[in-house]
Every structure is written in structure tokens, then in C-alpha cells.
Ligand binder design. Sequence first.
Ligand SMILES: Nc1ncnc2c1ncn2[C@@H]1O[C@H](COP(=O)(O)OP(=O)(O)OP(=O)(O)O)[C@@H](O)[C@H]1O
Ligand SMILES: [Mg+2]
Length: 203
Amino acid sequence: MTQKSQNITRVEHRIEDTERHTKAGHRGGVIWLTGLSGSGKSTLAFTLEKHLFDQGYQVYVLDGDNIRHGLSGNLGFSEEDRRENIRRVGEVAGLFARAGVIAIAAFISPYHEERQLARGICQDNFVEVYLSASLEVCEGRDPKGLYKMARRGQIPDFTGIDAPYEKPEHADVVLDTGSRTVEDCTQELSNLINDRFRLPSVS
Ligand SMILES: Nc1ncnc2c1ncn2[C@@H]1O[C@H](COP(=O)(O)OP(=O)(O)OP(=O)(O)O)[C@@H](O)[C@H]1O
Ligand SMILES: [Mg+2]
């Protein structure tokens, strides 16, 4: 991205990150769910959000479809627009993490480079989770009827059909959402988040 603004100066917060973490009982971070349409990103994201919320976490889902109604409402599905969408979401997820929240990002995010960019913003608080259900499984589920429309040529640039999906090669976690249950996958992510982000209790 070309930086257009000039004459801007950063202003420091008066609250340390650690003060936020102590208050919440956990550090902030980004759980980045990537996978084909129908691989289960939204299903897992919202199930996990509720699960973590009930355990006392500050947690919020950033979901592809929702973000495209607002923040990215002016973007389409060309390669350039998809990249810009993920750049914006990476920045927003990074802000959530800095604010001490666990942001669960549910985006197809088909390009390796943009996922790396998002990781760079959040650094070691970024967990990339690849939902590895195959195209056959996802197309068989077709929960929104999108694959059918894409096959009929009614949706151009549909990931997996006529637009690429670059499989993550070094994801932090791979969940085979084609064969495992939602509960099982949620529990694995919840355990990982407890290990990585929860502060030891002081009682
Ligand atoms: N282990 C699993 N994890 C998540 N979803 C699963 C799993 N097993 C089966 N499913 C089912 O797969 C479907 C996934 O649909 P969902 O809308 O969550 O996909 P998505 O990845 O968000 O797609 P899109 O990119 O189009 O938004 C749901 O019907 C869900 O019940
Ligand atoms: Mg979804």
C-alpha cells in the first residue's frame, strides 16, 4: 500500500498493553480462519466466540460477509479488491488485538501474501488456522447455494471454481473440517487459546 497521508505523528496511549491484559485476564490476539467457502469458517467462528465469551474472554468475530456490508462494502472480488479487503481486516484485527480482545477473523483469504501481511501486523499474537475441508466436501455442502451459482457462471471469480485458493503451507493449526465435528474443532481451538493467551490466575 502506498502511504498517501503526510504530516502525521503517532500519539502514545496512556495505558500499557499489560494493564489491559491484567484487567481482562488474557492477552489480545487474532485467530485467523482461512479456507474455502463452506469449509466452516463462520460456523466455527461464532461457536468459538460464544464458547470463549462464556469462559470470560473478551472476544469478537470479524466475518467476511459482515465486513463486506460495511468496512469493505466498496470492494468486489477481483484479486486487487480481495487483497485490499484482507489488508483492511488485518489492520482492524490488529487493533482489536492491541485493545486486548481475541479477534476471530473468518475470511476465505485465498492469497498467501495477504495472510502473511495480516500475520505481520499482529506478529506473535497471530494464529493461522486452515480449515482444510476439500473442494468436493465444500461443494457438496454448498450451504448458501453459491457453488451451484458459480458452476452456472452466475458468480465470476469464485474461489475454488475460477479463482485460486493458495493452501497455507505453514498454518499454525490445520483442522479437517471435512471429517471432524464442530464441537471437536471448537474444543481444539479453545484449548489452544487457553494455553497461549490466558494469563495464569493469581489466586
Ligand atoms: N467441523 C466443522 N466445522 C465447521 N463447519 C462444519 C463442520 N462440519 C460440518 N460443518 C458444516 O459446514 C457448513 C459450513 O458453512 P459456513 O457457512 O460456516 O462456511 P464458511 O466457511 O463460512 O463459508 P463462506 O466462505 O461462504 O462464508 C455448515 O453447514 C456447518 O454446519
Ligand atoms: Mg462464512
